[in-house]
Design a protein around this ligand. Structure first.
Ligand SMILES: C[S@@+](CC[C@H](N)C(=O)[O-])C[C@H]1O[C@@H](n2cnc3c(N)ncnc32)[C@H](O)[C@@H]1O
Length: 283
């Protein structure tokens, strides 16, 4: 089977299985099994696959036919131009989350050596990216579950970040001193019971503990605001990723707790990030 034939048959099988981005994925899979760049695939399209490559292709297509996530099959995924290890037990970094990184970087750009805390860190994609993009920052990641924490630590090493990953539960009393952070960023679990029904089949392979939240998806925001406001410095800010239709609700929670609030939209024009800055009486 040539590369060209393999690409076409993969595309067809993925489409038949209901994989949404079957064209993109077929190309990614061929690149993965051959180790070729997009240009090499175009120039060497007539080259036959080795037996090992063909067997690998069959195995990958079978996994995608049952909607096992491509990112878990590859074992890594790109976020903000860097590579992050992923696998069972950790949430796959989403492109939407880059909106939160942009907003967080904007928030700390004029602060000298900002102290940043990433709550519910998962793979560490947010905190590690902030550490590397704002190199004078001091970033701490907090994650409750061991499997996810292991990935955060591996990704710190992989990306040569100086961020520190700690185990902790946001529902418990914080392990940090009062007024010690300039920015607390978080992409917590926020999918409500109602929204579960609309999740893609791939999401069912990701840890429920990374996805779902009680109280109409708001329980983590409420707990973080309650437990972590005192940990923010005088002019410190929260920077939250929020789910579809949650921006106003989270903005209202922050306003009710005395924060000045801004909502940032993602590339689809959906409110994706809510920033709340401590209101210190206009000083
Ligand atoms: C939506 S994922 C976000 C992961 C990562 N920050 C990202 O943007 O890809 C939420 C993360 O919160 C973690 N988590 C769930 N409950 C937690 C808790 N009570 N305290 C701390 N982390 C928690 C999950 O394990 C998961 O890694």
């Amino acid at each position: 089977m040539t590369i060209f034939e393999a690409y076409n048959s993969t595309k067809k099988k993925l489409e038949a299985a209901g994989v949404k981005d079957f064209v993109f994925e077929a190309k990614q899979i061929i690149m993965h099994i051959t180790g070729f760049t997009p240009t090499q695939i175009l120039t060497d399209y007539n080259k036959p696959l080795t037996e090992f490559q063909e067997n690998n292709l069959v195995a990958i297509v079978h996994q995608r036919e049952v909607h096992y996530p491509l990112q878990y099959i590859f074992g890594n995924w790109d976020f903000y131009g860097r590579n992050f290890k992923v696998g069972v037990g950790v949430l796959i970094p989403r492109a939407d989350t880059e909106t939160v990184v942009e907003a967080a970087l904007e928030q700390v750009k004029d602060i000298n050596a900002p102290k940043i805390l990433d709550l519910c860190a998962g793979s560490g994609c947010i905190g590690i990216t902030l550490d590397l993009e704002k190199s004078d920052s001091e970033v701490t990641l907090l994650e409750k579950y061991d499997e996810a924490l292991r990935y955060a630590k591996e990704n710190i090493e992989l990306n040569k970040s100086k961020a520190v990953a700690l185990k902790g539960d946001i529902f418990e009393k914080p392990q940090f001193e009062d007024e010690s952070f300039d920015l607390i960023v978080s992409n917590p679990p926020y999918i409500s019971e109602e929204e579960m029904k609309y999740c893609s089949p791939e999401v069912k392979f990701e840890p429920e503990t990374a996805l779902f939240a009680q109280d109409d998806g708001l329980e983590f925001y409420k707990a973080i605001i309650e437990n972590y406001t005192s940990i923010l410095k005088e002019n410190g800010s929260f920077c939250f990723e929020v789910g579809f239709k949650q921006a106003e609700k989270v903005a209202n929670l922050l306003k009710a707790n005395g924060f000045n609030v801004k909502i940032k939209n993602d590339l689809n024009g959906i409110g994706r990030c809510v920033l709340g800055t401590k209101d210190n009486g206009g000083n």
